[in-house]
Design a protein around this ligand. Structure first.
Ligand SMILES: [Zn+2]
Length: 219
């Protein structure tokens, strides 16, 4: 789980959400050298549901919200390895000046990336009305499908906030699964509460390597 792939400005409210481009490139190099292959969430889901083949050591490289650095800095690193990313796109971030305009999202899709929904306006979904919940969850799927003509089969809970009511709304909107900010390996038994590995600014290459090696040992 990545957010901004850049160095944080000195006034950044959440500097931990930034991973430098150099660290990101080093982390992807480490993954490739250790036999990992990036895949989409759809490929994982097709493997679990339909038995489709996955490469050895599959890993989903996901990017939350939609930031310009994900296109400008992360995408070229992945493209060199012909690896896809998964962009958990909040619809509002397609119009913000620091976000990802639709033309750039289309280039990511052309490079093999998967688009997943991350709501319209990124609210804490556990606190909104039933009507707004449906609007944010089903509406973001419809908006992204209309904009990009791709399936949009996965949802990512804004700020990792979810409860049973939110999960039910995601299921009702027809998604196949949803990602959280819970730490760990994603498992098919928890399709609507898929765990992820947050990559922190302080991790560098060694930190991510240590996290993945520790998780692999628990598998
Ligand atoms: Zn987010």
């Amino acid at each position: 789980m990545y957010h901004v792939v850049a160095d944080p400005p000195s006034d950044a409210p959440y500097p931990a959400l930034y991973v430098s481009g150099k660290a990101f490139a080093g982390q992807m190099r480490w993954l490739a050298r250790h036999g990992y292959h990036a895949v989409t969430l759809s490929a994982v889901s097709d493997h679990w549901r339909l038995g489709r083949r996955l490469p050895a050591h599959p890993i989903v490289v996901s990017f939350d919200d939609g930031y310009r650095s994900q296109f400008a800095t992360a995408a070229p690193v992945l493209r060199r390895r012909r690896w896809p990313g998964v962009i958990n796109l909040a619809v509002r971030n397609t119009t913000d000046f620091w976000g990802l305009p639709p033309a750039r999202v289309r280039l990511l899709i052309a490079a093999g990336w998967e688009v997943a929904a991350h709501s319209l306006t990124h609210p804490d979904l556990t606190t909104v009305s039933a009507e707004q919940l449906r609007h944010e969850v089903a509406g973001s799927r419809a908006a992204l499908r209309r904009m990009f003509h791709v399936p949009v089969d996965f949802f990512c809970y804004p700020a990792g906030r979810l409860d049973d009511r939110v999960v039910a709304a995601v299921q009702a909107a027809g998604y196949l699964g949803a990602t959280t900010t819970a730490y760990g390996l994603a498992r098919p038994a928890d399709m609507f509460r898929l765990a992820r590995v947050r990559v922190d600014r302080s991790d560098g290459v060694e930190g991510l390597a240590a996290k993945l090696e520790a998780l692999r040992a628990t598998r």
